[in-house]
Ligand binder design. Structure first.
Ligand code: URA
Length: 246
């Protein structure tokens, strides 16, 4: 997004509707890099441009990356005719800038979801070639044994109605171990369909709750369920670093 119309840029910034911002521009209320522009259709290179509207200063960035604390019951999809998606919970500006979810969390999975308009970043985070670790915390309906741990660390062979593959070795940390319920953290570098649930299913366990806690070295912080915030460059860099703690 290099050259962009001024009226579009202002709507993406959330300043008003197309009609409202056109009026503001024509009234002379808008300065771009200290120059007053009164033509709403004027095109300019908006990246990092300082834009003043009345007394308020904005900086336009076309590339945005967001951390969201996804709640259960929301689909990780761009749009769905019937069900609420994570995109429905975002302000229009992010949709307009092309933010999309990176990978998928199941409808009932909660926790860290990244949305970005940076296609290359999205590719690096989901491509198995780049082996970016994703940390999940699973609640399961029974104990997690030493044999389960060995199987996870070796790489579980998955054979079910959704297909067959050998999962890459997972890192494991048992948080609680009980006869009827256990809590297990694992870090995996792949994101196959229902991967974590299928890994536990191969060990005879059902996942009763699943939350993603981290991607790379970026951990979900204290965002309220359903809330989101933009990430800065240092945090975006953490996403691609090898996470060694669980
Ligand atoms: N694995 C799953 O089974 N579900 C998710 O949502 C993510 C990973």
């Amino acid at each position: 997004m290099s050259q962009i119309r001024l009226d579009k840029c202002l709507t993406l910034l959330g300043i008003g509707t197309r009609t409202e911002v056109k009026t503001l521009i024509r009234k002379g209320a808008v300065l771009v890099r200290d120059q007053r522009i009164t033509d709403p259709s004027a095109k300019f290179d908006a990246e990092n441009a300082e834009i003043q509207v009345g007394a308020t200063q904005y900086v336009f960035k076309s590339s945005r990356t967001i951390m969201m604390n996804k709640t259960a019951g929301v689909l990780t999809a761009a749009r769905d005719p019937k069900q609420k998606t994570v995109m429905d919970t975002l302000p229009e500006i992010y949709v307009g800038l092309g933010c999309m979810p990176v990978g998928r969390l199941d409808k009932d999975t909660t926790g860290l979801l990244i949305l970005t308009s940076d296609g290359q970043l999205a590719h690096r985070l989901i491509s198995p070639m780049h082996e970016v670790g994703k940390v999940y915390e699973a609640v399961i309906d029974g104990p997690f044994t030493d044999m389960d741990r060995e199987a996870f660390e070796r790489g579980i062979e998955i054979r079910d109605s959704d297909g067959t593959f050998t999962a890459k070795p997972a890192k494991v940390r048992v948080m609680e171990n009980g006869d009827h319920e256990s809590i297990v953290r694992l870090s995996i570098t792949e994101g196959k369909y229902h991967q974590v649930k299928r890994m536990f299913a191969m060990r005879g366990r059902t996942v009763t709750g699943l939350r993603r806690l981290a991607i790379g070295r970026l951990w979900l912080d204290h965002l309220e369920p359903g809330a989101f915030r933009e990430l800065g460059p240092e945090e975006i860099a953490l996403l691609e670093q090898d996470g060694d703690e669980l």
